[in-house]
Design a protein. Structure first.
Length: 118
């Protein structure tokens, strides 16, 4: 391989996932895995990706997206009402830490230490 060959760019969805921290139910108290990211090159405000399947699943093709501010609201994908309610409560409880991570003030370890379970 030529050391000067350009590296092929990964699809933006793969880059987005690389910049996100996955959080399992045992650490959040939620019934499903969620992803919290950093701003990076995002053109949107802070949000949380929610796996619609309960458990330690990480299927990016089975997600919903919930905003963090000004209030947690479903902005993309379907999510059962009971799941949305508990995710909204978790986001409200952890908004400062999620936003701190988004802004680059908290790395993934700091985020994990700052999060509270619902």
């Amino acid at each position: 391989m030529n050391a000067h060959q350009p590296i092929q760019q990964a699809p933006s969805e793969e880059i987005d996932l690389f910049e996100m921290s996955n959080l399992y139910p045992k650490h959040t108290g939620l019934p499903m895995t969620v992803w919290v990211g950093v701003k990076g090159g995002a053109r949107h405000d802070v949000r949380v990706k929610v796996c619609r399947t309960h458990g330690n699943h990480m299927d990016i093709h089975d997600t919903a997206v919930v905003s963090v501010r000004p209030t947690p609201e479903l902005i993309d994908g379907p999510l059962r009402a009971a799941d949305l309610k508990v995710v909204q409560a978790w986001i409200a409880l952890n908004a400062d830490a999620i936003i701190g991570h988004w802004d680059g003030e908290l790395d993934s370890m700091d985020l994990g230490l700052a999060l509270k379970k619902v």
